[in-house]
Design a protein. Sequence first.
Lengths: 114, 112
Amino acid sequence: DAGVTQSPTHLIKTRGQQVTLRCSPKSGHDTVSWYQQALGQGPQFIFQYYEEEERQRGNFPDRFSGHQFPNYSSELNVNALLLGDSALYLCASSPGGRKQETQYFGPGTRLLVL
Amino acid sequence: AQSVTQLGSHVSVSEGALVLLRCNYSSSVPPYLFWYVQYPNQGLQLLLKYTSAATLVKGINGFEAEFKKSETSFHLTKPSAHMSDAAEYFCAAVNQGGKLIFGQGTELSVKP
């Protein structure tokens, strides 16, 4: 049983560019959450998708947007990249319904903005 | 607003010694609490979770945590540290909307 997978593993972009990160949830999970982890800090919640809708959002600007597909996979898009967007982006999945189910994390995508 | 505080950004122990990583939460309702571990250049792995079934929770790799409502604490312990335990440890609470709120993390070093 594959766990949560993310692609790509690493990415280098320049300021002003746009980036798309992808996530496939664990089998049987239909809820996907995205987190940003800056160097030396704990992960910060970006948003959560359930039934293809954004269910909850953290304190991130509108430059951060997402999408969930019918197969429950998800994308995170970041527009107009800033140097401060450099971080590890983590995707987590959980079974749907109850919002407080355990979230299982993927290995992350490390984004470097130059 | 719900918050999680981990006391000590870095803890160093000798191999075989007790590991104690501290976590306090603030919540107006009984929380769901988690401990995750992160090895270098990897994602987060669930160690254990508290869901009100029992105050002492056993997790993987010999770790356990005790929920103390009176102290709003959920400290992580392991009786005997192993070199492979060296990693970053995060305490987290989930709010009613499903958002995980993390502490700042504690880096555990294990000396031979």
